[in-house]
Design a protein around this ligand. Structure first.
Ligand code: KMH
Ligand code: ZN
Length: 316
């Protein structure tokens, strides 16, 4: 086990709304620009150093990667706090890569996500749990993930690294949903296409990726230690009800954490979380009870060697 260092700084990312869950599933899921801004600011005030952002169509909550929808909240969040704004390039698994890259291309953020492989990204099982849908698109989108895949080819990954990383100095949240994705990242490290400190997000519990169990997290970390050595830091995200438990194990193993309504609508012992901040408060309490501290945004910037918010187009 990793040596216990009192006061070690743990980076908390909060993923505010995502594209997995839909408005029928929780009244607390932020949808409009104002809701996403307010929820992000509250999460930052609660201790999140990084805010991971997707947008939605304000009228009906459908996942969106339109820069105009990001515009509804980016500068508001930036005016109210100094959190690192991490822009998704995953969008929704049903969007084209060009659609998914549009907001990051417009904003040139300090950080953006990068999904490390093509996969089935099954959220169709969620459709069975609800009946009275607020919008027709909700069951249709969920069902579509049975026959469509989340495409992230080598070429897609390389182009994104070249354009956003090498040209515009963004650093990545490398989303690894399975062991092979860590191997792919290690290949790019060996090729010199990426350099440390790599920020690896171990994503557990997405159907089509690795399951959310402690054993799987230990295996992912062992693999990353072997392949990436000192060049990486990790964070843990478990989709669904294992969110807090596996995040806690991630802290114990020497890592960082991601919480937020993008990944889980609930909070232990099993009710709907009423806000993103509520999940941040809980994981922060756990982190502090274990003897660690949460990193401030500027500490996260130093740990991850980010370019700084003065080099981001907040008013794109
Ligand atoms: N929705 C998460 C499981 C991205 O935005 O690029 C993974 C994610 C992908 O956050
Ligand atoms: Zn995301």
């Amino acid at each position: 086990m990793t040596e216990h260092r009192v006061g070690r700084k743990v980076i908390v990312t909060c993923a505010i709304t995502g594209s997995i869950y839909t408005p029928t599933m929780s009244p607390y899921l932020p949808v409009t620009g104002e809701e996403i801004a307010e929820s992000s600011i509250a999460a930052a005030e609660a201790g999140a150093a990084i805010i991971h952002l997707h947008a939605r169509v304000p009228e009906d909550g459908r996942p969106s990667a339109e820069p105009e929808h990001f515009r509804n909240f980016i500068s508001r969040i930036d005016a109210a706090c100094d959190a690192v704004l991490n822009i998704s390039t995953g969008g929704s698994s049903l969007m084209s890569l060009d659609q998914r890259l549009a907001p990051a291309r417009a904003m040139l953020p300090e950080m953006c996500s990068l999904n490390m492989g093509s996969m089935n990204f099954g959220i169709f099982t969620l459709a069975r749990k609800y009946k009275d849908w607020q919008h027709e698109w909700e069951p249709e989108l969920l069902e579509a993930t049975r026959s469509r895949m989340f495409a992230n080819t080598y070429q897609d990954i390389e182009n994104t690294i070249a354009e956003l990383g090498q040209e515009h100095d963004a650093r990545f949240e490398f989303e690894c949903y399975d062991m092979g994705h860590i191997e792919t990242l290690a290949y790019y490290l060996r090729q010199g296409l990426v350099q440390g400190p790599l920020y690896v997000q171990f994503v557990l519990g997405v159907m089509g990726g690795i399951g959310a169990t402690p054993e799987n997290l230990l295996a992912m970390k062992a693999s990353a230690d072997r392949l990436l050595g000192d060049a990486y830091q990790f964070s843990v995200l478990a989709a669904g009800r294992q969110q807090m438990e596996l995040a806690t194990l991630g802290v114990i193993l020497g890592g960082n954490v991601r919480v937020g309504l993008e990944d889980s609508l609930t909070i232990p012992p099993g009710r709907l979380a009423e806000s993103n901040a509520e999940q941040v408060v809980k994981i922060r309490r756990i982190i502090e009870e274990l003897g660690y501290a949460v990193a401030t945004p500027d500490e996260a910037r130093t740990l991850l060697q980010l370019k700084g918010r003065d080099r981001v187009r907040m008013d794109f």
